[in-house]
Ligand binder design. Sequence first.
Ligand code: ADP
Ligand code: MG
Length: 247
Amino acid sequence: MSSTPSNPSPRLQVEGLTRRFGGTAVVDDVSLTVAPGQVTCLLGPSGCGKSTTLRMIAGVEHPDAGRIALDGRVVSEGGLHLPPEQRAVGLMFQDFALFPHLTVAGNVAFGLGGSRDDKARRVGELLEKVDLSGFGDKHPHELSGGEQQRVALARALAPRPRIMLMDEPFSGLDNRLRDGIRDATLEVLKEEGTAVLLVTHEPEEAMRMADEIALMRAGRIVQRGAPYNVYNAPVDRAAAAFFSDIN
Ligand code: ADP
Ligand code: MG
């Protein structure tokens, strides 16, 4: 596959992705891309198939049809399904579950290879980026929800994933903290140059964070575009209604 600086291959390219449960296609011919350094939001109501899509990209669920390529390398197609650990994806979910018995530094270093010095350097760098320098020796139960979320971000970024897959990572957070944490998270991801596929059911979150929105309904992508365009020119009444409760 050719790639030039002005037209690099997408970090993630999904084509015709389909998953059926009991005869129903809960993910139905989904295609989407995430460009390097960009945030694509997979946005849609609860039950429309967002998490199933993300799980197939992560490699923990197998598609019935379709193709997934990361950095131009096919990781899932036909009978080929690379296991999650060979996909170089980072994962963040609502229930980010830090290891309670490990320190903050131990959590961030978990799964990192390399020398002790290399690991310590990477952990220090990341704790600084998420504004938790000096927290390395604390345990998760000593931290607020927002602080734990930032540790989870540092842990997911530590191995330098090619893309970060985030499934409603902010929905468990207190309303008053959420906007600040969203902005801080976005800043760290942009600094690291990590491409992101963010799943959310909240239009407001997509408008705030996305470079591109893929609007999903009943297993299908019904519209793709820049947030401004999707918001201002909804593809149909249902899309308009979905966006109408943003205040
Ligand atoms: P979302 O993340 O958009 O809320 P999901 O991808 O979790 O949606 O689920 C999409 C649909 O697929 C739902 O109707 C859900 O009940 C169904 N579903 C998800 N996983 C399974 C499964 N393992 N077995 C059967 N049905 C499932
Ligand atoms: Mg979900």
